[in-house]
Write a protein that binds this ligand. Structure first.
Ligand code: HEM
Ligand SMILES: Cc1cc2nc3c(=O)[nH]c(=O)nc-3n(C[C@H](O)[C@H](O)[C@H](O)COP(=O)(O)O)c2cc1C
Length: 483
């Protein structure tokens, strides 16, 4: 590239309109004119940086390879000015102990190995994440009611431990959708992951593999899908947001089907439209340092959540399961089940599984906490469990929480935010979270008198009286043979 003509800052600044929008990203100028209206994060952010260097904003959210791969045909050339010093608050997380970037290590509140539980990761994240990252990741919708209930309801289930059960040796292994799992836990799909740490989904997929588990890759991942799959040694699941342009989704589903490493397809249905996330909006409103007045459409206070959701298809229906089925042979799992009637419909429409989820309290606020939906499905339509795999996420933070869900018939539990907080430490952080969960799971099983997570869990091991009155129905019949 030595002889390539360099673009000057003056050249770049002339392309600051919707009809010619050039942006510099990491030393290279690209023509974003055609791409801007289709940008999943909204066109406004692109236009705001038209004619300018967007590296600071871009790198918080996306991996360097994303623009290189997506817009290689629109590359104009190298820029001859250094990337600007960000005028916004710093947003890249600062590592605590295991450095994941060249940022200086601050006074360490807790080293990685000193972190004893998943809440330790959350507390540390609050200290080291930028305000924007913390608001987006930790936040939920409206008054955070469902966010809080997800966890507090789990805490209202009590164990009924059995004694004299020869628990010296226990097995936490399971198999799901053709994947062997060391514990029945997986990394939930999460978008904009790079806000939490530069290695983002790469660290998550490698960390999951090293721990014998699996990541469900989000449609809205920070890294290009190819990069994540290349880093995935064996197996991954994929989460689908259906694009209003169905052709884009069809190509994507065919691609992941043909890849071979993707073993299951999760279609997310609990967020047909954008939800209201106020912490997120407030931080965004605070961060108006760089604007392009010529292009401003008046409202640039929408937060990360609002802008990322504008490309979702809000017209999905149960009939679209047949459309998906026509595109892939992979197991299809509906993510975002929040009532027993929909669990039954998923069964009737031939889905292979459901993931009970309210998006971690990020969809409609006031929705039933996930553990209660699981209880409701057990009481109202227990037949679902023999036809479908039932997974659950939302507020799970302990190995013992996994046992509670398994006792109610779940096949596996998803963990979201803890694996974002783990990214402070990159891959070692992800592995440490899995280690903690496995250790807590084994200990909890032994203390409850279980030896095999696949066959032992049953309602006999838990007391749900504190929740039962919230769902009417009969006493729970056991699902598994051994009590
Ligand atoms: C070819 C290049 C790009 C691609 C393929 C791309 C893709 C995406 C995708 C898929 C999302 C949605 C993430 C989610 O739902 O969690 C997104 C969000 C976002 N993108 Fe991009 N993007 C590109 C360029 C840029 C550039 C140049 C900027 C900065 C000027 C940018 C800033 C953002 C921001 C800030 C969000 C999150 C929403 C927000 O904070 O308002 N992107 N982008
Ligand atoms: C920062 C963040 C981003 C998320 N992005 C997605 C996504 O792209 N697709 C999706 O289906 N769910 C997404 N979710 C929801 C998670 O998959 C999962 O349902 C939820 O986080 C589980 O709750 P927990 O965080 O309490 O464990 C996201 C959650 C968070 C916290």
């Amino acid at each position: 590239m030595g002889t390539e003509k360099r673009i000057t800052a003056a050249d770049l600044s002339k392309h600051d309109t919707t009809s010619s929008a050039w942006l510099a990203v990491n030393g290279t100028v690209y023509d974003f004119t055609e791409f801007a209206p289709t940008h999943p994060g909204g066109s406004e952010i692109i236009y705001r940086f038209a004619g300018k260097d967007a590296s600071g904003e871009y790198n918080q959210i996306h991996a360097p390879t994303l623009v290189e791969k997506t817009l290689s045909a629109k590359r104009i050339g190298p820029i001859n000015m250094p990337p600007p010093q960000s005028t916004a608050k710093p947003t890249a997380p600062k590592p605590i102990s295991t450095p994941v970037s060249s940022v200086a290590v601050p006074d360490a509140p807790l080293s990685l190995t000193d972190k004893l539980n998943l809440d330790d990761f959350e507390r540390a994240a609050e200290q080291v994440f930028s305000p924007k990252a913390w608001a987006f990741i930790n936040g939920g919708s409206n008054d955070l009611i469902t966010l809080g209930l997800n966890r507090s309801m789990l805490n209202r289930i009590m164990f009924r431990p059995a004694i004299f059960r020869k628990v010296a040796s226990v097995s936490t292994k399971t198999t799901l959708f053709g994947c062997d799992l060391a514990i029945p836990a997986f990394i939930c799909p999460m978008g904009t992951t790079r806000l939490a740490g530069p290695e983002a989904e790469i660290a998550q997929t490698k960390g999951a593999a090293a721990s014998g588990s699996i990541q469900c890759i989000s449609t809205a991942a920070s890294f290009p899908l190819d990069d994540i799959l290349e880093a995935t040694p064996k197996q991954a699941w994929f989460q689908l947001y259906v694009n209003s342009d169905r052709k884009i989704t069809e190509a994507l589903v065919r691609k992941i089907t043909n890849d071979g490493r993707v073993k299951a397809l999760f279609i997310t249905v609990d967020l047909p439209v954008v939800s209201k996330r106020e912490a997120d909006e407030r931080v965004k409103a605070d961060n108006k340092a760089v604007t392009n007045p010529a292009l401003s459409k008046g409202n640039n206070s929408q937060g990360v959540a609002k802008s990322v959701s504008s490309w979702f298809d809000a017209n999905l229906s149960w009939d679209d399961i047949a459309w998906l089925r026509g595109l892939t042979h992979l197991p299809i799992i509906v993510k975002g089940i929040q009532r027993y009637e929909d669990a039954k419909l998923a069964m009737e429409y031939g889905c292979d599984g459901i993931l009970i989820s309210n998006h971690g309290g990020r969809a409609v606020d006031g929705a039933v906490p996930s553990i209660l939906t699981l209880l409701e499905i057990r009481k109202k339509c227990p037949e679902v469990f023999s036809k479908l795999k039932v997974l659950v996420d939302g507020g799970f933070r302990r190995g013992s929480d996994i046992i509670k869900a398994m006792c109610l018939g779940a096949s596996a539990v998803g963990f979201g935010r803890p694996f974002m907080y783990a990214l402070q430490h990159g891959q070692p952080g992800v592995e440490h979270v899995f280690n903690i969960l496995r250790d807590e799971l084994e200990t909890g099983m032994r203390l409850c008198g279980m030896t095999d997570i696949d066959s032992d869990p049953s309602p006999k091991y838990i007391n749900t009286r504190d929740l039962d009155y919230l769902v009417d129905g009969d006493e729970l019949p056991p699902l598994r043979q051994k009590l």
